[in-house]
Design a binder for this molecule. Structure first.
Ligand code: MG
Length: 162
């Protein structure tokens, strides 16, 4: 396979009462959290799909089926680690990652560095290889109406042997 592989992933989860808000492994104080079968970490899901997509390994729904009871409430860092292990088994490592996180509320900038640190640790890379853009959706659509949070991830994998 080629020296470099590009990957892109996206995810969106609904904001509901009675759930914690966990973004890139950081629990953010919020009256609403993301709904989902796992801990609904929309950032880790988007990055996991980007890792799988880069090597045409399917999507996280195939690797962690939503109807699988063993995935109930799963910590999404385990999903991300599983996907990155597949990448390493295929002879690749992360070059760099750029994440977009779209949320109208709460304000996420106080948590951005902790999110980047979690991503860098799990992907065994320097924090300088992990970009994070925090955005609102300008009041538009489900994200803008505070009904959902969306994440996108674009990344480059490099082959570990030349
Ligand atoms: Mg998801």
């Amino acid at each position: 396979m080629s020296l470099y592989r590009i990957g892109h992933g996206e995810d969106i989860h609904r904001l509901v009462e009675g759930r914690p808000l966990i973004l890139a492994g950081v629990q953010v104080p919020s009256p609403l959290g993301l709904d989902g079968h796992s801990d609904a970490d929309v950032v880790f899901h988007a990055v996991s799909d980007a890792l799988l997509g880069a090597l045409a390994l399917g999507d996280i729904g195939q690797h962690f089926p939503p109807n699988d009871p063993t995935c109930e409430g799963i910590d999404s860092s385990l999903i991300l680690t599983h996907c990155y292990n597949l990448v390493k088994e295929k002879g690749y490592r992360l070059g760099n990652l750029d994440v977009g996180l779209l949320a109208e509320a709460p304000r996420l900038s106080p948590y951005a560095e902790a999110m980047r640190e979690n991503l860098a640790r799990l992907l065994e890379t320097d924090k300088g290889n992990v970009g994070l853009q925090l955005m609102t959706n300008e009041g538009l659509d489900a994200v803008g109406e505070k009904k959902a949070i969306r994440a996108t991830a674009t990344l480059l994998l490099e082959r570990t042997s030349l």
